[in-house]
Design a protein around this ligand. Structure first.
Ligand SMILES: Nc1nc2c(ncn2[C@@H]2O[C@H](COP(=O)(O)OP(=O)(O)OP(=O)(O)O)[C@@H](O)[C@H]2O)c(=O)[nH]1
Ligand SMILES: [Mg+2]
Length: 330
């Protein structure tokens, strides 16, 4: 059996290369995210086709090996896409767990660990010593919770003792400015409305001494091919890092459309909002895994600043497989 290391920017690309370079029967031994993308170690059978035990006893009628099927059903209910589940199953096939029949108590915990390894998190948004996200623009489609998320993040930064300033580029919706001004006043943070890229640059200079500058933006449909390039120009002129807010209940196909549309802005991190409003957040989460995009936070309600949590890959993975703490610990 030959082992091959394959690195690619996204999990999808890595698995595609595994298929091309190692064949359809390749076993994925290890899958993990790296700073630049994904590393997959695949094992290629040298001669004969894989034995029955190497395929986990998959029958022609089942999409999954018998030892993985129940977990896959739970994760499908949660919304995880088949591509992601297939990558997890392949990774498990390269380990010592028993997949030819149900009941190996080690399978659920290990499956969750594999998934956790695939979910990239981005903790630097809350790191006071890291300047990467010092100036942060919150972008995304209309009504996904951008302004609310900004207020939650600003509230957390204030609670850490950071000096926070807020700028809005959203002069499109009548009540938007007042909504954010009210949050800024509550936090005792200075607030500027920027109508032009020049205004934005000026405000950035004015707030140069602040620890963190948050920039709110107008919600834009992924199909708005005129407004998105303008927003891109504004943010690049301001040198902002970009946090994309994506509603957790968005279907995978729509997530891909949004990610494609916002990609030119450079998505530095994603926040999944309205997690509390969906029973299938796995579609959006799985899409981030497919694209190799880092998740910084999950929003779980309307309350500012409490209803936001930093992304914890293992906790999310346990939720995806509906694991009790005891199962997860095995
Ligand atoms: N249930 C729930 N509601 C949320 C969450 N985040 C925001 N909301 C609500 O969603 C609605 C829209 O929130 P906004 O923050 O105004 O959304 P936005 O993306 O800034 O909207 P636009 O600026 O109009 O594009 C408000 O009623 C928020 O209270 C969340 O995590 N869960
Ligand atoms: Mg808004």
């Amino acid at each position: 059996m030959l082992l091959k290391r394959i690195e690619a920017k996204t999990l999808q690309q890595a698995l595609e290369r595994v298929r091309v370079e190692c064949g359809d029967d390749a076993l994925v031994v290890e899958t993990r995210s790296t700073r630049t993308g994904y590393l997959v170690v695949a094992a290629r059978a040298q001669s004969a086709p894989p034995r029955r035990d190497q395929t986990g006893g998959r029958s022609f009628l089942s999409r999954w090996t018998k030892g993985f099927a129940a977990l896959a059903d739970k994760a499908t209910d949660f919304g995880l896409t088949d591509d992601v589940l297939r990558a997890i199953e392949r990774a498990l096939l390269g380990t010592r767990v028993e997949l030819t029949r149900p009941g190996d108590p080690a399978v659920p915990g290990l499956a969750a660990k594999v998934l956790a390894g695939l979910i990239r998190s981005e903790p630097r948004l809350e790191d006071q010593d890291d300047p990467t996200f010092r100036t942060l623009a919150v972008v995304g489609p209309t009504g996904v919770g951008k302004t609310t998320t900004l207020a939650k993040l600003a509230g957390r930064a204030r609670a850490r003792g950071e000096r926070v300033a807020i700028i809005t580029l959203d002069t499109y919706r009548v009540a938007a400015v007042e909504q954010l001004r009210a949050f800024a006043e509550l936090m005792d943070a200075p607030f500027t409305v920027a109508f032009t890229p020049m205004d934005l640059r000026r405000a950035m200079q004015e707030y140069a001494g602040y620890d963190r500058i948050f920039v709110d933006t107008t919600g834009r449909s992924p199909r708005d091919h005129e407004a998105l390039p303008l927003l891109e120009g504004n943010l690049k002129a301001g040198g902002c890092a970009t946090l994309l807010c994506l509603a957790a209940g968005t279907r995978a196909r729509d997530c891909r459309l949004i990610l494609d549309a916002y990609e030119p802005l450079g998505i530095d991190a994603v926040c999944l909002t309205k997690w509390d409003e969906t029973v299938a957040p796995g579609e959006s989460l799985g899409t981030l895994v497919e694209r190799g995009l880092p998740l910084s936070h999950v929003c779980i309600g309307q309350e500012v600043p409490d209803d936001i949590v930093p992304a914890d890959p293992l906790q999310l993975a346990n939720a995806a497989f509906d694991l009790e703490p005891a199962e997860a610990a095995r």
